[in-house]
Design a protein around this ligand. Sequence first.
Ligand code: GLY
Length: 427
Amino acid sequence: MKVLLVGSGGREHALADAISRSPLLGRLYCAPGNAGIAQVAHSVEIQTEDIDALCRFAEEKQVDLVVIGPERPLIMGLADRLRAQGRLVFGPSAAAARLEGSKAFTAELLARHGLSDKEFAVFDSPEAAKAYVREQGAPIVVKADGDALGKGVKVCDTIEEAEQFVDDVMVRRLFGAAGNRVVIEQCLIGEECTIKVFTDGKAVLPMVPSQDHKRIGEGDTGANTGGMGCYSPVPAVDDNLQQQIVDSVVVPTVQAMAAEGAPYTGTLYAGCILTDQGPELIEYNCRFGDPEAQVVIPRLQSDLLEVLAATAEGNLARINLQWSDQVAACVVAASAGYPQQYEKGKLITGLEDAAAEPQIHVYHAGTACEDGRYYTAGGRVLAVTALGADYDEAFNRAYAAMEKIRFEGMYYRRDIGWRVRSDCLDG
Ligand code: GLY
């Protein structure tokens, strides 16, 4: 099978690594990829949002399956364009990707189908939005409606903070057209976790749960990032709770999308919060998370390419997913300054040494290779994932491997997994 993978992050390195081990694979291309992905795939110099060029490439190479990693090209309709060419595609249509691309669409869909009783309101004027905030009080959640690359949601502790964020989104237009509307939602309190499923629009196969640390600082403080580390499994989400979330929200959402003429296929990522009253959905994403993919995919024992192809073909019901019982722990290393402005072009050393043990994966994200040497080229530079018999073994391995890697300004949190590591729990 000829496969084109679209994306350039740690998520795509995890996908590329697993796809490259499939006996079904003939040739793997990755557009644009990164220096780590280039070790297992042929890099193609096309950016993820260059829809025309990606379609031309898929046609020219007669690619059998296209796997789309990031949300932006999905929201822009890349999957639709490729399907119109007759290609198999792993990833939802633009209409289905609205589950991530429009917070208002999702809130209204869930309410229409009785899948959430969370209070929310949608506004296209900042004055009306701020009046609603004053009426509801704080804490309260303000969401830019559109795709703001993960930065458009704020949990506001005060009315002033919420009013300020409404202005950032709608008046100062920090996220451009994503801020044409805002969704204001009730704030829920609890531990967050992620449930992801494969779905072909009919069958829904859950992956193992994971938990991410989104803040830049230790103690889960500071600015939001794409994710600084995560782990799988999650003690708070046992099989029963996972099944409850899948049965009560995820499956009915897939059914609702089909009923409304926008069948959802690909990975559906349900960000949940475990409140005292039970689990609640807080967001959907139309893709694997990053770095969630870097802990979920290493635990998958089934052939990932077979699963992706079956999903794309609408044949997922024939797949029986097999998962490792091992714990996966992932720590992300970032460039100095991330998630604000960061430095690039710093020499990275120790990569081979770090990846020497079979239980370790070093997934590249913002890296570039020149004359056989690796340099930083992004905010999140790489992620180290380790497998182990328990949380302590997995995290000790991940941190020991991370200590072998060096670049100027390298930053990583030392407390990833604090809820599950005995050294953190012991104080
Ligand atoms: N790690 C969060 C996300 O991928 O959206």
